[in-house]
Design a protein around this ligand. Structure first.
Ligand code: DX5
Ligand code: ZN
Length: 223
């Protein structure tokens, strides 16, 4: 095995732009691909100007997914539902910094429910706000578009934020992963890996591709 060519980063396809009339086939496609996780975008029409799906849908997705579920909550008051997300099969649970006035408590509750806690920040939110909780987190999600919709353009200013976060993690001696979500393509993934990203949420680039399995492989093993 060529150790030096092995990629360490993870790919988490977001089903937001999948074909919901054939969701089972879409998830089977992800199962057979080189993807590491399956990303589910939960929107409440309040925190973000869009709505997606609820618990019964997640439960059914869980029953066919061979990949761990990476659940991204774009909802206000996420604390009310943590246990229910665990019960329907969330493995990783991401809450938004902007929705959690008692973030430390929320993170502890996610851990007690035996899910992996992550916190997401919107493009305008300064990453240094997460410094006090960095060591409690398995992952920080840096939004690289404004949350709410798939297929948007990657915000270039995200690179500085990712580099700053990478330095914060290194300085703290933490092993927190950096995830990005929004506008990831076969073109920008190489630069993002160099900037320090560990986990890539990818919606449109995979689900709008003619050969999504090949595109996932390209993202996992970029040239
Ligand atoms: C946006 C969602 C993303 C979205 C990414 O609010 O959190 O997960 O599906 O989609 P692309 O990769 O199409 O930008
Ligand atoms: Zn997402």
């Amino acid at each position: 095995m060529k150790e030096s060519n092995m990629s360490q980063h993870l790919i988490s396809p977001s089903i937001l732009t999948a074909d919901f009339l054939h969701l089972e086939q879409e998830i089977e496609m992800v199962n057979t691909s080189e993807a590491d996780l399956l990303h589910l975008d939960i929107m409440d029409g309040v925190f973000v100007p869009n709505l997606t799906f609820g618990f019964p849908v997640i439960r059914q997705i869980k029953s066919v997914s061979k990949k761990p579920l990476d659940v991204h909550l774009m909802i206000i008051n996420p604390d009310r539902y943590l246990e229910q997300y665990r019960d329907v099969g969330a493995d990783w649970l991401t809450v938004h910094y902007e929705t959690c006035p008692h973030l430390h408590r929320t993170i502890q509750n996610i851990k007690e429910l035996e899910m992996k806690p992550a916190v997401s920040i919107n493009p305008h939110t300064d990453v240094s706000l997460l410094e006090p909780v960095l060591k409690d987190l398995n992952m920080v999600l840096v939004m690289t578009v404004n949350p709410g919709f798939g297929g948007q353009k990657f915000i270039q200013a995200s690179y500085d934020k990712i580099r700053k976060l990478k330095k914060m993690i290194t300085d703290a001696g933490a092993d927190t992963l950096i995830q990005v979500d929004g506008g990831v393509t076969e073109e920008n993934i190489v630069d993002l890996i160099a900037a320090g990203v560990d986990v890539f949420v990818v919606g449109n680039t995979i689900f709008s591709a003619e050969d999504p399995i090949r595109v996932t492989a390209n993202l996992k093993n970029p040239a």
